[in-house]
Design a binder for this molecule. Structure first.
Ligand code: NAD
Length: 338
């Protein structure tokens, strides 16, 4: 589906974090819709290195790029030598910056700020030097427990991850105010789910995790009161739409990308059971995160509609339906085996 009149054929596009969930979906979007686009993926991929929370330091996985025919570069966005080389070797038209410590539970503040904030500014300078429009991933985590509907300008990050994304937005505002010649758009994704998220392991969405629990015959385990824990869950295809439309914004800025509708974790479990044709009920366990958990998120998307012409197309029922074949495939090829 083409979301814009821009012809990306013959354009050179950098996707940082292109071996991750959202970046790889973007890479395939261009490959499939604009076969003559020149897509360059930069990602540090995964090593066995873990952080103090026990999770991998980075989740990029070659399997997300199986079938990709563009250029793949393994490199760290914190490495200034690599950034210089990219600046020298290419002339980018668009930069989609998805690389980040995406795990919201990471405690290493030094690594988080360096990777998410400082490297972003380096990439922004590269974008300005190339006259490439910048589209980057911010996050709903900038809002922390701020009340719904979350609105740009009313942030209250509850962890260093949310703080780092807010600092990226502040950098962007500064460059915009100084009259940057490119467009700069920060997209505050809410809770994204869909194909190619599986390799995020425990940080993948509840949709795929519940899906696999159900397929293995287990009753999905929800936190007590899950019918009252509501989030704005958004299907990957709508995230792609927002990124593509952000290439030609009416106005540079920071925009929420959600559906504008909060749904419960109970809804996810129920829709999955319907789609997978099971009747396992639900088990409830105490919520250990009370006090440090977003209990209600719902994006205010008025400005996104106005300035990006964005219109979410997937209700949760539609997104899960579109995703279900992939959830089954992953269960057969990855979960059962492993
Ligand atoms: N998925 C969501 O629900 C969600 C919500 C809000 C914001 N975001 C943001 O969207 C972006 C993409 O997230 P995702 O869900 O695809 O996560 P992801 O972890 O799958 O993708 C991030 C990619 O960045 C790479 N990376 C990490 N550190 C790097 C470094 N130093 N140098 C080069 N590459 C590096 C990883 O290997 C990974 O492939 C991230 O910036 C994330 O913070 C995601």
């Amino acid at each position: 589906m083409k979301y814009t009149n821009i012809d990306f054929n013959e354009k050179t596009i950098l996707i940082t974090g292109g071996a991750g969930f959202i970046g790889s979906n973007l890479a395939f979007y261009f490959q499939e819709n604009y076969p003559k686009s020149n897509v360059v993926v930069l990602d540090c991929f995964r090593s066995e290195q873990t952080l103090s929370n026990g999770n991998l330091k980075s989740f990029g996985h070659y399997k997300n790029l199986l079938g990709f025919t563009g250029t793949v570069i393994s490199g760290d966005i914190n490495d200034k030598v690599i950034l210089k080389k990219l600046e020298h070797d290419y002339n980018f038209d668009y930069i989609f910056h998805e690389a980040a410590i995406s795990d919201t539970t990471v405690n290493e503040q030094d690594l988080m700020i360096q990777t998410n904030v400082n490297a972003y500014e380096d990439l922004l300078k590269l974008a300005i030097n190339h006259d490439a429009n910048m589209i980057y991933a911010s996050s709903a985590a900038t809002y922390g427990d701020a009340p719904s509907p979350q609105t740009v300008g009313c942030e209250n990050p509850g962890n260093v991850y949310g703080f780092s994304k807010l600092m990226m937005d502040n950098i962007s505002y500064k460059y915009i105010a100084e009259g940057a010649t490119i467009s700069i758009v920060g997209l505050r994704y809410f809770n994204v789910y869909g194909p190619r998220e599986f390799y995020k392991n425990k940080t993948a969405s509840t949709v795929v995790q519940f899906g696999h629990q159900i397929l293995s015959g287990k009753t999905p385990k929800l936190f007590e009161g899950s019918d009252k824990i509501l989030r704005d869950f958004i299907y990957i295809e709508d995230i792609i739409q927002a990124n593509i439309k952000a290439c030609a914004p009416k106005k540079s800025g920071v925009y929420n990308v959600g559906t504008g509708k909060a749904r419960s974790f109970q809804d996810i479990a129920d829709i999955l059971q319907r789609e997978l044709d099971t009747n396992l009920g639900t088990d409830y366990i105490p919520n250990p995160y009370v006090g440090q958990y977003q209990f209600h998120t719902e994006a205010n998307i008025d400005e996104t509609i106005e300035n990006l012409d964005y219109k979410p197309a997937f209700e949760m029922e539609d997104g899960i339906k579109a995703y279900i074949a992939d959830i089954r495939r992953l269960y057969e090829t990855e979960v059962k085996k492993g």
